[in-house]
Design a protein. Structure first.
Length: 419
């Protein structure tokens, strides 16, 4: 019969061991609690940093337009939109236009509301979905502004533009000098085609592109086209007659004539000291050239007759390096064969604009009450709308508050650049 194994006595902790064990557990709890506290504290620091560095600044009101508030996050989104529209990588270039558009869109919305026009939210949402745009506040406002513009043009400004007006059928061309205009007039009387000559010779871009035929136009449209007093002559000219040359000192044309004189050169510094004048016609340039050759001084003549900007302060005298002047002047001034002290012949330049020219006009027909073309009416409606918007922007009663200083703009640009 096998013997029963004796049971092992239970291990009994002594009071001293229990005390040591309790102390170890207490230390572990303290270490664990400290670790948790450190983690919580770290998370809190990160959270506070995010709140102070991102969340709070993004929700700060930075623009107020007559009580309507716009937060920083709205401005940041507008920056992104403006940057994408203008295809610029440096958003600082659109920082001001983004701000101006926020103000403009809101003033337009408020102005339209005063006229009784608004756009329902469901119409905005429909446009956003149809055009697959982000459903964000900036895009909503952009769509709302476009829908409001269309509605105002059709339902409000259309009634402000007349359907009928006095109109004239206009043939016109602008020429460089009176002598040239007289020569062309003789050719027209001999049977040459007005359109062909205008397309070849007219210095005014619209008449040249249309072969001199401006079509049936009301006075207001013709004034917008030509923007000179020639419109008064057109609407007072006898129907069916070819005009004599009519001088117009307001008309802009893409041609001019230079007189250039090299005074001296600094070959080492690649600088040339020159005198220049710009004239409307070759005839004017030749006239001044003769006066200079007769002994008159360059400065006073330049101040009186040259069409260069800034001539009053420098009397047409410049110190230039290659590439700093118009190509025609640059080539002459820096050419090795150009002798100092010798004045150039008039140099024709079709890359500059000058004022002044002679019109030939003919009015084949007139109508005291002709229906205005749809294209012209649309233009006049848009013009009336633009003037209305300009008046909204200029209204001194607007209360516009802008807290976007340079530092905040810079911060907004950084956020927008991150996407």
């Amino acid at each position: 019969m096998s013997k029963k194994k004796p049971e092992k006595p239970q291990h009994i902790l002594t009071p001293r061991q229990i005390s040591r064990w309790e102390r170890q557990k207490k230390r572990q709890r303290i270490i664990l609690a400290s670790g948790i506290f450190v983690i919580v504290l770290a998370l809190a620091v990160v959270g506070v940093g995010w709140y102070l560095g991102q969340f709070k600044p993004m929700r700060e009101t930075v623009i107020k337009v007559n009580g309507t508030e716009f937060a920083m996050d709205y401005y940041v989104e507008m920056l992104k939109l403006e940057g994408a529209y203008h295809s610029v990588s440096d958003l600082s270039f659109v920082a001001d236009s983004a701000l101006q558009n926020i103000q403009r869109y809101e003033l337009l919305r408020q102005g339209a509301l005063e006229l009784g026009f608004s756009i329902a939210d469901e119409d905005v949402v429909k446009e956003i979905r149809e055009n697959d745009l982000p459903d964000e506040d900036v895009y909503r406002d952009l769509i709302r502004q476009q829908l409001l513009t269309d509605r105002l043009l059709d339902a409000h400004f259309d009634s402000q533009v007349p359907l009928f007006a006095e109109q004239r059928q206009v043939m016109a061309m602008m020429l460089e000098s009176e002598s040239q205009a007289l020569d062309i007039r003789s050719r027209l009387e001999d049977g040459e085609d007005f359109g062909e000559l205008a397309e070849e010779l007219s210095l005014e871009p619209i008449s040249r592109s249309r072969g001199g035929d401006l079509g049936w136009v009301p006075r207001v449209i013709l004034q917008e086209m030509l923007q000179t007093s020639i419109v008064d002559d057109i609407f007072s000219h006898r129907v069916g007659e070819l005009s004599q040359p009519i001088y117009d000192d307001e008309a802009q044309k893409w041609v001019g004539y230079w007189l250039v004189k090299v005074l001296d050169r600094d070959e080492e510094e690649e600088e040339t000291h020159i005198q220049v004048m710009l004239f409307s016609s070759e005839k004017d340039a030749q006239k001044i050239k003769r006066q200079l050759e007769a002994g008159e001084e360059w400065g006073p003549l330049a101040v009186e007759y040259s069409q260069m900007q800034g001539v009053a302060s420098n009397e047409g005298e410049y110190l230039v390096s290659p590439g700093e002047m118009e190509p025609v002047v640059d080539e002459y001034a820096h050419a090795s064969e150009t002798e100092p002290g010798v004045m150039s012949e008039p140099l024709r330049d079709e890359t500059v604009t000058t004022k002044g020219g002679y019109w030939l006009i003919e009015i084949p027909a007139q109508d005291a009450d002709r229906r205005i073309d749809t294209e012209y009416r649309d233009y006049l409606k848009t013009k009336a709308f633009d003037e209305w918007v300009a008046a909204l922007l200029d209204d001194e009663g607007n209360e516009i508050i802008n807290s976007l200083d340079a530092e905040k703009k810079s911060w907004a640009i950084e956020q927008a650049a991150r996407g």
